[in-house]
Design a binder for this molecule. Sequence first.
Ligand code: CP3
Length: 342
Amino acid sequence: MTLQNDLLLRTARGELTERVPVWMMRQAGRVLPQYRAVREKAGSFITLAKTPELAAEVTIQPVDAFDVDAAIIFSDILVVPEAMGLPYEMIESRGPVFPDTVRNKADLSRLRVADAESDLGYVLDAIKLTKKELNNRVPLIGFAGAPFTIFCYMTEGKGSKTFSVAKKLLYTDPDFAHALLQQITDSTIAYLQAQIRAGVDLIQLFDSWAGILSPEQYRTFSLPYIKQICDLITDVPVTVFAKGAFFARHEIGQLSCDVVGIDWNMDPHESRQLIPDRVLQGNLDPCVLYADFAQIRAEVKQMLSAFGHQHYIANLGHGIYPDTDPDKARCFVDAVKEFSTL
Ligand code: CP3
């Protein structure tokens, strides 16, 4: 089946394109009142994510509302630990919590490598249904957390500013850390391969907590596992987004990935120099969307001229904040299209 709008896919593959493709991280979610209505109907985030009809509906909402060049499947990175035997809860206005954590080899022995088809079948069903309902309008992005970020949540048990419980284990029990990271990696590879079989057109890895590691630790505890994933996912383009890992840009650009995500702390010109032969994606500070329309347009113009109009996917530098005015998000998308069309 050919896509009506394959701009993002062509750009991710390294082709030259007639304009810059654009989508927004976390575009499917609380910014849209129509999302909140469906979420209300479902009762909880987890029920919503586990009901393919509803997950497909909220995946497509931002395509209708913002006219973005891609959909991203509505799910969460934390479905992988759950599939490994560590269930999570999503607590309103607090975020995810794991009632049990994994902090030593004995805890690890109670987990399994996730079986994608049986443990994550609901995500695969949501992907199949979304592909059908999207009817080839735009590509569908599949995703997973990078192993180190998943490790953070499984060991810490909840969100944290420092993830010091997780980081402590890297120093006190590196053997355990590597064993857990490998089990997450094996689960993630099987899961992403199943997502591709179910129909996703691209994959993005979110290493949301990359920025808490030193360059040396990042090389030891994150990059080798991302590399294993990149080496085995060869059928669709792969994006690696390592938030805060400005120090690892060159090494990430050496992986067998197609696109490298850039956050707003990373200078576009410097990023191009460090990652000369990959497509870049990013990097508008999501807080810019609190500014007025004229300022948003000016910031987008500047971002486009800094990255250039080829080998580039416009996005925010991290997920859109839930209290963003949807009209401002629409302004961002429209400005990218207006200023980058040949
Ligand atoms: O539009 C999309 O991006 C698709 C859906 C998506 C969600 N989570 C839905 C969600 C994606 C890609 C994610 C990824 C995710 N989840 C990441 C990596 C991206 C990033 O932001 O760094 C992380 C770290 C998580 C873990 C997570 N899930 C947290 C920390 C939270 C609470 C804070 C928050 O952002 O809400 C969630 C909850 C979550 N995941 C919501 C949504 C729509 C909000 C829950 C709700 O609707 O009640």
